[in-house]
Design a protein around this ligand. Structure first.
Ligand code: TXA
Ligand code: MG
Length: 522
């Protein structure tokens, strides 16, 4: 463990911090966006220590910070016409530009890429520090990799104390989200990470600006990231965060019906469950400033499940949404879409009973087991696909030989997976075709088959294990061991609890009143 000095912003302390950097040490410092974790960008050993202190993957490059506009010249191959226009208009700013790198920039900083990211921070303390170090400073955000970026010195201390030489306490960061990252190394300048300098602002000096698709959407597993940072888990608190796509009233009604959950909402929202706010509804700058610390506060409070109000996506809102959707691992509960309830739960818990009650309330209940049977009826178009995968003899006279297929598939995990990959999309298609809103998808494998993504709300039915064993033994006439095996193949109670919006406990308590309470949220 290192003894980490906590420094102020007086001249003496900045000089000391500059000296530590020039001698190969690590110093965390304030910028107008978030706190950075700096090292001499031209000293590869020092830069390696940044990755170590953060636990950051080595292919995720760092931003090189400069104190004066002209300091970019030795770092890049060429300051292009576009780059010059952007620098002249914006620098110093919460903005990072990417250009092909010069020989001077090592491969540790650039994460092995042939480009380099450069930024001249607006915060005067940051620039004084770079000047004092007399070298460009490589600096990612000063958080442990994967956690929300620090916007206060106290959060840097939490993550970095004992791991780095010094921390300069410069108070709260002004913007609170990291700089806009734009690459000028491609044909059309492209925003890789939105920030306080918006697309509209950049379009004042660039004829065309694109926004990388991954900014607002998740990346597919096989997609190559334009910016390595896009592919990593980010800004994630320990709690599961769910973004609720709803207007103020609907959001309030929804969260106020929750137990054991926390709200991440705007100031002035009428929320009665434990909450943390992040700015004001129509003020994206205030949201940006407070978001990361709000996420960390939720962890301090021990929140397990958090429902966040959706920010708008224009202007700086794009940066806020981009961070929040990553903190939520792209989980958005859409209360705007046609109202669909996903109904699931462990076998024997009493899902059928809940379905019947919902049906009596006017819901159109679709039993996915029925559709599973339907897609394997005589001469189903899915048969040739199954035969190709599992053998010709699984179909005889246009009929599926269920036992033959079962014997061949279920003892082999890979084959089971393949079978599901063929069956599940077909089942989902049928659900979609038959859905009359408001509808309920009654599906024991709701999560496994991906139908949870079609639902606005998910209800899980749970019951104590002994009760479930008793119920399925009576229903299916099987032994206690057989019942146990079936149950162990399913996800556990904790999984259903964290991944559904509501749970119904069927242990003799009144089910109807539990559902009535849930329905009050809509
Ligand atoms: O506001 C900020 O930019 C803060 C403060 C400290 O300046 N720094 C910051 O750095 O956010 P970091 O390392 O947490 O994020 C840098 C992002 C990463 O997503 C990284 O993948 C991307 O910029 N990046 C860096 N160099 C790149 C390059 N050559 N090509 C593409 N993406 C790059
Ligand atoms: Mg970061």
């Amino acid at each position: 463990m290192m003894n980490t000095k906590i420094l102020g912003t007086n001249k003496q302390d900045i000089e000391l911090a500059g000296k530590i950097l020039s001698e190969g040490g690590l110093v965390a410092f304030p910028t107008e966006t978030v706190y950075g974790l700096g090292a001499d960008a031209l000293n590869e050993d020092a830069v390696k220590n940044i990755y170590k202190a953060k636990g950051r993957p080595s292919d995720n490059p760092l931003i090189v910070h400069i104190a004066k506009k002209e300091d970019i010249v030795p770092l890049v191959k060429e300051v292009t016409k576009e780059a010059k226009a952007v620098i002249d208009r914006f620098f110093p700013a919460p903005l990072t530009i990417i250009l092909p790198k010069s020989e001077k920039v090592g491969s540790v900083v650039s994460g092995g890429l042939d480009t380099v990211a450069v930024r001249m921070p607006q915060n005067p303390i940051a620039r004084e520090l770079i000047e004092a170090a007399k070298t460009p400073i490589a600096a990612p955000s000063a958080n442990t990799s994967g956690l929300p970026s620090p916007t206060k010195a106290s959060r840097v201390i939490e993550d970095m104390s004992g791991k780095i030489d010094a921390i300069i306490d410069g108070g709260d960061c002004e913007f609170g989200v990291e700089s806009t990252v734009i690459t000028l190394a491609t044909d059309v300048p492209t925003i890789l990470r939105p920030g306080a300098i918006t697309k509209e602002m950049l379009e004042e000096v660039l004829p065309k600006v694109e926004v990388a698709k991954a900014v607002l959407e998740g990346m597919k597993n096989d997609e190559v990231a334009a910016s390595p940072g896009m592919k990593y888990k980010h800004y994630a608190p320990k709690a599961k965060v769910i973004i609720v796509d709803a207007d103020k009233e609907r959001y309030e009604k929804f969260v106020n019906s929750k137990k054991d959950a926390y709200a991440l909402c705007f100031e002035g929202d009428n929320v009665k469950i434990p909450k943390v706010t992040f700015g004001k509804e129509n003020d994206d700058l205030s949201q940006a400033k407070e978001l990361f610390d709000a996420l960390r506060k939720l962890d301090d409070m021990g929140a397990k499940k958090v429902y966040a109000r959706i920010p708008h996506k224009d202007g700086v809102g794009m940066a806020v949404y981009n961070r929040l959707i990553r903190a939520a691992a792209f989980c958005v509960l859409d209360l705007q879409k046609p109202f669909t309830i996903g109904l699931t739960g462990q076998t024997g818990a009493g899902k059928g009973y809940v379905g019947k009650y919902l049906s009596s309330l006017g819901f159109n209940v679709l039993d996915t087991d029925v559709y599973a049977r339907k897609i394997t009826e005589k001469n189903s178009p899915i048969f040739p696909i199954l035969q190709k995968e599992f053998g010709e003899d699984i179909i005889k006279n246009g009929e599926l030989q269920r036992q033959v297929l079962a014997d061949r598939v279920f003892k082999d995990k890979e084959k089971t997976k393949r079978l599901n990959e063929i069956m599940h999309p077909a089942i989902i298609e049928l659900c979609k075709e038959n859905a009359v809103f408001p509808s309920v998808f009654d599906a024991p494998l709701l999560f496994e088959c991906g139908a949870d993504k079609l639902c606005s709300v998910i209800i899980s039915v749970l019951a104590p294990k002994e009760l479930r064993i008793k119920r399925i033994r009576e229903r299916d006439n099987i032994t206690a061991e057989q019942a146990e095996i079936r149950m162990n193949a399913q996800k556990d109670e904790e999984f259903y609890k964290t991944n559904s919006d509501f749970t119904v406990i069927n242990d003799g308590r009144d089910i109807k009143s539990q559902i009535d309470t849930i329905m009050e949220a809509f």
